[in-house]
Design a binder for this molecule. Structure first.
Ligand code: NAD
Length: 522
């Protein structure tokens, strides 16, 4: 269902650009076995600017399962050599990659704003996250720690080492089009795996830039392979490919379930990073101005299109009125526009399909749920907005926990304020959704902060800060419908991209049977 919608969105975006000038449009290719090659189908799809869909950024291969097969074969051919390359040597190439990303940061950020829409300072942050991830994870090339442990027999040695998983398929979304691919790619490589990478169809250029940088860094042919195209063809071919031992996926919970089922069928490892419905709790002792700054940044940064977006604000009744009125006042000052304009606070949403979904939720909030529309609520489509996908930053107030706008992931510039009369009630509301990615509390009271920290069932938690702002050296991921128990980033990501091998060395020169031969205390 989700894929069908995505494909339709793509088609409709193409239709809107039929009259655009096409001659100068750059043609991009897949990267397979160290060569830039067209797709077997010869067909292309267009990467469009969501702030102005007359602006065609490039044409990318509309790949098929044949291209996935070629990429997997290339990854297979490269695997033995790459896994036998000592990890510190692999890491040296990754450090070089980090330098190339730094040198190109401004250009990559500009490309990303053009294809994805978020404002330049945020796309700079996206590239920076890829840089941070690269440096941090490359350092693992000289660690990749295993451990030794006592054996239960004399003259026997026991240890545990990390081994690469093998060939990995990486499937990524459009909202962090360089950071998220890097979060999978870099640890996969440092652990000695080879990969096939499929970026989201809305943002192939940023991932292309990352892969170009890998080539420039000297990462050998076949180690990194890029195949662009739609999820239901390329993504599905990857998840079903018997040689891809691991699929690392970030995207919606609906698609994640399809990916997980396909992986379960063939016993492939599957790591999933999926949706969120993140809450900020604002207590009556909070610094209200600080809480509002955090709420606005968390709800409307990246036009609300973050898995960690602050889409629910649970506010104590004693400060509720004050909070809502200050929030609305602040939100009304946000300037919506092209992310390339330094004056813009909130860029467009990603495509026509997203506009339809978000406007649908705004209707649900007003009509079906009966929440109070405190500000925003309209699509902007006149003047400078005429050819883009712009929606006013929207605040619903006086909502209840069971409303659809308070339960479902909207993934747009919409947030919902819910009143509460106690910390216990606020925690229960915050936990009462199917997702479990991020949560936050604003309070001056250390007991309340620790109580919330203990009781909120999420993978990430903030005190006196918004629900967004993860750092690469801490594990990232969520509970419930947000994930399946894995964590990216930190050293924890190594547990996705490597497998443990337990090794026993018996130097006694005789048969020693564990659990059977009883050793007398010496
Ligand atoms: P999506 O699920 O539509 O697509 C994600 C990727 O999956 C894309 O590359 C897409 O082409 C591919 N895909 C689609 N159908 C497929 C199929 N049948 N088989 C294999 N692959 C398929 O998600 P999106 O719209 O790109 O991203 C938004 C979602 O991602 C939101 O729900 C957001 O919360 C989530 N997200 C989560 C995190 C996290 O770390 N938890 C981070 C960013 C985004």
């Amino acid at each position: 269902m989700a894929q069908a919608k995505k494909a339709v969105a793509k088609t409709s975006r193409k239709q809107t650009t039929r009259s655009a000038v096409r001659s100068a449009v750059k043609i991009y290719q897949n990267y397979i076995g160290g060569k830039w090659v067209p797709s077997e189908s010869g067909e292309m799809f267009e990467d469009l600017n969501p702030a102005d869909n007359r602006d065609i950024i490039g044409r990318f291969p509309l790949s098929t399962s044949d291209d996935v097969n070629r990429a997997v074969n290339a990854a297979q051919e490269a695997f033995d050599r790459w896994r036998h390359t000592p990890a510190p040597r692999r890491a040296e190439l990754l450090f070089r990659l980090g330098e190339i990303l730094i040198a190109n940061k401004d250009r990559f950020a500009a490309d990303m704003t053009r294809e994805m829409g978020k404002v330049l300072k945020e796309t700079g942050g996206d590239v920076q996250e890829a840089i941070d991830c690269t440096y941090y994870t490359a350092g693992e090339g000289r660690r990749l720690h295993g451990f030794t442990t006592p054996a239960e027999m004399p003259d026997k040695f026991a240890m545990c080492v990390r081994q690469p998983v093998g060939l990995c398929g990486l499937i990524t979304p459009w909202n962090f089009p360089m950071a998220i691919p890097s979060w999978k790619l870099i640890p996969a490589l440092v652990c000695g795996n080879t990969v096939v990478l499929k970026p989201a169809e809305d943002t192939p250029l940023s991932t292309y830039n990352l892969v170009m940088a890998c080539e420039e860094a000297g990462i050998p042919p076949g180690v990194v392979n890029l195949v662009t195209g739609y999820g239901e063809t390329v993504g599905a071919a990857m998840t079903n490919h018997p040689a891809l031992r691991l699929i690392a996926f970030t995207g919606s919970t609906e698609t994640g379930r399809i990916v997980a089922s396909a992986c379960a069928e063939r016993n492939a490892i599957c790591s999933l990073e999926m949706g969120g419905k993140n809450a900020i709790i604002v207590m009556d002792d909070a610094d209200i101005d600080l809480a509002i700054e955090g709420a606005v940044w968390g709800a409307f940064g990246t036009s609300g299109q973050r898995c960690t977006a602050s889409s629910r604000l649970i506010v104590h009744k004693r400060v509720y009125k004050q909070f809502v009125s200050k929030l609305v006042e602040h939100v009304k000052t946000l300037r919506v526009g092209n992310g390339a304009d330094p004056k813009t606070d909130v860029g467009p949403v990603i495509n026509a399909d997203a506009v339809e979904k978000i406007m649908g939720y705004i209707q649900i909030g007003r009509n079906e749920d009966g929440a109070r529309l405190a500000c925003g609520g309209k699509r902007l489509s006149r003047g400078d907005y005429a050819h883009g996908y712009f929606i006013e930053p929207t605040v619903f107030a006086d909502a209840t926990a069971d409303m659809r706008i308070a339960q479902e992931e909207i993934f747009g510039p919409v947030t919902t304020v819910l009143p509460t009369n106690s910390l216990e009630d606020a925690i229960s509301i915050a936990n009462g959704v199917r997702y479990g990615l991020s949560a936050a509390i604003y309070t001056q009271n250390v007991n309340r902060a620790f109580r919330a920290m203990n009781e909120l069932y999420t993978g990430i938690f903030y005190v006196n800060a918004s629900t967004i702002g993860a750092e690469v050296h801490l594990p990232f991921g969520g509970t419930k419908a947000t994930g399946n128990g894995h964590r990216e980033a930190g050293t924890q990501v190594l547990d996705i991209f490597s497998e443990w091998k337990s090794i026993y060395v018996d130097f006694s020169g005789k048969l020693q049977r564990a659990q059977i031969d009883m050793i007398e205390t010496l």
